[in-house]
Design a protein around this ligand. Sequence first.
Ligand code: ACO
Length: 162
Amino acid sequence: LKFVCYSNDGVDEHMVWLIGLKNIFGRQLPNMPKEYIVRLVMDRSHKSVMVIRRNQVVGGITYRPYVNQKFGEIAFCAITADEQVKGYGTRLMNHLKQHARDVDGLTHFLTYADNNAVGYFIKQGFTKEIHLERDRWQGYIKDYDGGILMECKIDPKLPYTD
Ligand code: ACO
């Protein structure tokens, strides 16, 4: 099992994983238009942290780092159906936090969580109260109804992965 983070960089293996991830999002996020998913997953300003097992993608999180604003917007998050509730979602989020802090220099995440995923995000340290100053994020992230805006502060020191 491994955790990797790639953008659309033209490397064959990375592209195979990104396409696999896009297909998982398509199945797990039925309310999201498929072309919107492809567009963001393949957009070079987005990155995807992926869980890879036996050279196959099992799930991932696609996010956009706003490096100057020091926050990241999580666009999509999913684990393939038969691998849910095994702890991959938690480990994935921990790898995302570690990467976003150490590589992108981010301090916070924001996401519009689906109602049924709010419990998962709360367990990952997200809150419905937004502490980040509004002028740091307003106008950067897209409004999206049918979701609840949630925030997570990334600890500056905590080792999130072993
Ligand atoms: N509601 C409440 N609690 C949940 C949910 C949920 N939907 N999913 C998982 N949990 C809990 C688990 O019970 C577990 O709790 P525990 O630590 O007390 O045992 C904890 O969250 C972590 O569980 P994992 O096994 O690590 O989570 P999993 O691997 O199943 O991944 C995920 C969670 C990504 C939400 C997965 O279930 C999934 O893909 N769901 C369908 C797609 C989805 O809803 N994605 C999020 C949409 S919002 C967005 O993308 C911005």
